[in-house]
Design a protein around this ligand. Sequence first.
Ligand SMILES: [Zn+2]
Length: 330
Amino acid sequence: MLISGNDGISIKINNTEILCDSRKRVGDLNFISHAHSDHLIRKFKNTKILCSRETAGLIINKYYITPRLLKEGESSLNLKLINTGHILGSSALLIEDDEKILYTGDFCNNSRFFLNGFKPPKADVLIIESTYGNREFIFPKQNEVIGEARDWISSELRKNNSVILLGYTLGKAQILTKMVEELNWQVYVHESIARINEIYSFLGTKIKDFEIYGFKQISKPSIFIFPTYLHHSTTIKKIKERFDAKVVMFSGWVIGDGYKYMFNCDEAFPLSDHADFNGLVETVKMVNPKKIFTFHGFADEFANELRKLGYDAISLNNSQKKILDFIEKD
Ligand SMILES: [Zn+2]
């Protein structure tokens, strides 16, 4: 068994190379943990893909690509997919050879709305994402964050202020849509979010069909759900001015200093689709591995923390990145 971490994670067993979430390299088999674009192989043609049914559905409908999926019996390895609760269809890969190897992909331990939190199996080798592998990132209980956000939204609307909810298009925006489904206010969603909501519903996770922003007369006050990357756009500026809208950001990164200022938001809630620092440590304890590899985010720091706890851990990151490099644009 050989594990390396350059452009995705490469796992070599019995002359088979499995490439996990690689963008450029093609292995004997490429595993796609979920449908965020930074995890997708660019050369789909003839690449044997292993992913969940929902991930395949999102790839087909969002990117108009038909992956060549691995057929049953096509690999001699014993491969299992395990739900990771990050976005619809997100999965970890468990390889059961002489040793059990678990590759997590992005994961979240907390159940929320239609997503069940990650329940990791035991394994000998753990390859774990470490987006928030720094002690600074410990989130409040996520159900309480959702409750507080709902209260804040309702109180602003009662004051006759509209609200603009910002989250990334694939994943967070569907959680935000669910969050406001039962509030009795008018909701408008950006067209890119409406499309993903529709794909979710098509794949069996029903998301309410709200009005697309820009097609109808808008009443005030209202709720607008927009992708994070549009936070400095003229559309957001226009909505703010015309409908007295407050801007609120939903991300795990808002725990860090200065983030709120950077995104020019009126309010921010630490609602995340990743495990926080404690969730990562808890996951390691549940897997109880002999060897750990960390990747993504604070990989060096998290490996260091794990070594302090007595684990054999090393980082697969070549260099530590800046927070803004991790903001998902999907
Ligand atoms: Zn992701």
